[in-house]
Design a protein around this ligand. Structure first.
Ligand code: FNR
Length: 185
């Protein structure tokens, strides 16, 4: 059966390297797997329980529904100060309060890209920690940490062009599909 994954992007920057990676994912997916982007988490207000009490913001509810409908989620995000960006944490905080909680039981793959050497490795473990509370099934391997990303993206098309990185990412998409099928009743 075909699978549908969605990408959750942790950067709001127009020329974002992580956006370039996310943009490239559909063409890296093998036959039978479609990948589409979620809306921008930049549309979410700052989390505030008082706001939640007056009703969830529409973009939060819309994204929660898209996540629930998808077979799996691929989170593509920068590392900020050795952790995940505040905007991504804010989005996770909002989504975590929606019922049914959209990440519960959901297969999730993580990808980080950075101009630095470590490719955002440190942020991945903070993100995994939150995914434990959300009861998501975070894919363990392969870990996609794209270092020195500036040289791996075409500045004109803002897509990922580095061949070995593209192959590595394809492998993670296949692994996420295998995890998803394993979790199916
Ligand atoms: C960064 N950057 C960064 N990079 C990294 O590898 N580890 C880090 O801890 C940080 N910390 C950090 C904090 C803040 C506030 C900013 C703005 C940036 C650099 C970061 O990887 C770089 O700006 C990327 O280009 C951001 O990703 P996008 O927006 O290109 O996807």
């Amino acid at each position: 059966t075909p699978l549908h994954f969605i990408t959750l992007l942790g950067s709001l920057r127009k020329a974002s390297f992580n956006a370039a990676v996310a943009r490239t994912l559909p063409e890296l997916a093998p036959e039978g797997i479609s990948i589409t982007p979620l809306g921008s988490i930049g549309d979410f207000p700052h989390y505030n329980a008082d706001v939640q009490d007056t009703g969830f913001p529409a973009p939060v509810l819309a994204m929660a529904e898209q996540i629930r409908a998808a077979d799996g989620v691929i989170i593509v995000t920068p590392e900020y100060n050795y952790s995940i960006p505040g905007v991504l944490k804010n989005a996770i905080d909002w989504l975590s309060r929606v019922t049914p909680q959209p990440f519960s039981g959901k297969p999730v793959a993580i990808q980080t890209a950075s101009p630095g050497m470590l490719g955002g490795a440190r942020a991945q473990y903070h993100l995994r920690q939150s995914l434990v509370f959300l009861d998501a099934y975070a894919l363990n391997q392969p870990e996609v940490m794209i270092g020195q990303v500036a040289g791996k993206v075409d500045p004109a098309s803002l897509t990922l062009t580095d061949d070995s990185t593209r192959k590595f990412i394809s492998g993670q998409i296949i692994a996420l599909a295998a995890l998803t099928r394993k979790l199916r009743p």
